[in-house]
Design a protein around this ligand. Sequence first.
Ligand code: SAM
Length: 257
Amino acid sequence: MDRQGPRHHVESNRAHWDLTAADWIEPGRRNWADDQPRWGVYGIPESEVGLLAAFGGGDVVELGCGTAYVSAWLARRGGRPVGIDNSAAQLATAAGFQREFDLRFPLVHGDAERLPFVDESFDFAISEYGAAIWCDPYRWLPEAARVLRPGGRLVFLGNSVLQMLCVFDDDEAPAGDRLLRPQFGMHRFEWPDDPGIEFHISHGERIRLLRACGFEVEDLVELRPPADSEENRFPFIDLDWAQQWPAEEAWIVRRAG
Ligand SMILES: C[S@@+](CC[C@H](N)C(=O)[O-])C[C@H]1O[C@@H](n2cnc3c(N)ncnc32)[C@H](O)[C@@H]1O
């Protein structure tokens, strides 16, 4: 746990997400309206990915819930979700969808690196591009382990390590087939034209950290979009690339108990 850096990213990321929240209303509405979970930038159906295969209901926390459609999916599958997010504007969108779709659960304005929950209060924790990439793994993974009950699962999905080595700094063109930065030492990502600060670590480092937090790794799912997928709306990766190499990865881990 010796890689923790400064925490100013929490404030920078809050400002970034408050400012851009309006861009996520329509994608959020589409996901709220869809009963079938679809994951990642290509919306790959749960039936092809299996991230919820071990989900059996119970107390759920979504870490960096944004518009909270993942929590809505889990509520419809028998879970009792709580969504936590660092951005009041994102939570306002989520609260609007709760009214629109008549589905309520608690929404908490807070930081996934310092969870305002007591130890062992959840059976399942999940993050799709929330804490998974916007929080320092050396801070949020120990917190996720703390609030999970023994035997509870954490599922988190974000950009793959390989993608993070190949994307351009400026988002102008999709990733190519060259490694643009070192893997050794990768952790905190700051971009020239984007105030958002992300975190990505190598697989070996991730496994050591997960084990130090008391997690057993059950699966590392490398997502491959079907060939007939529509292009995604993000400029940094295209379908041809994502068909050849994993652009996204999901970890399924279980708190030992
Ligand atoms: C891309 S959204 C994730 C929600 C949704 N699954 C999605 O893909 O749109 C990222 C969310 O992470 C939240 N976030 C960033 N840093 C956070 C932190 N320290 N604690 C909790 N949430 C955080 C942001 O406010 C934002 O709403």
